[in-house]
Design a protein around this ligand. Structure first.
Ligand SMILES: [Zn+2]
Ligand SMILES: [Zn+2]
Length: 160
């Protein structure tokens, strides 16, 4: 007897099952190394688009701080003071090698808009450890960090 000769009911697709199986990484694919270890997405939609790729961001946790993270590019939005806390906590927990990476100057020319209040972001080099470009909104204090950039800040040499 064929394993597929069940009554039609058993062949009904389970909603969401296809999505789950197709999103599984294929064999040999390199796992996403960027913000995944420090960002925990809740799957709860925020209604706020990603300023980089326009995907809707989700509520997420970064080192115990509530942020809005993009599930596609893994960048995240936070408030300035919260961002400082994330950096402080993440750096104090880091036990790996210090790594210096050169600043990507092309990043400084990227013009983006604050998705919260629609003001243009100010793009500048992050003043703390690491060579990282940060977008911040003067009006509402929102800070945008690209996916993987938090790791650069965490791994940069300096006081922990
Ligand atoms: Zn994005
Ligand atoms: Zn803003």
């Amino acid at each position: 007897m064929s394993p597929f000769s069940f009554v039609p009911l058993a062949q009904q697709p389970i909603p969401g099952a296809d999505v789950a199986s197709s999103s599984l990484p294929t064999q040999g694919e390199v796992p996403i190394p960027s913000s995944h270890s420090h960002l925990h997405l809740t799957g709860k939609h925020s209604g706020v688009p990603c300023p980089k790729c326009t995907t809707e961001t989700q509520f997420a946790d970064a080192m115990g701080v509530s942020v809005l993270a993009c599930p596609a590019c893994l960048g995240f939005l936070s408030q300035g003071k919260d961002f400082s806390r994330i950096v402080t906590v993440a750096r104090s927990h880091y036990r790996g090698q210090d790594t210096i990476r050169p600043l990507d100057h092309s990043q400084l020319r990227v013009a983006r808009t604050c998705p919260t209040c629609h003001q243009p972001f100010e793009t500048h080099a992050y003043a703390g450890p690491g060579t990282t470009v940060l977008d911040s909104c003067q009006r509402c204090g929102t800070v945008w960090l690209d996916g993987g950039e938090l790791e650069r800040i965490i791994q940069a040499p300096g006081r922990r």
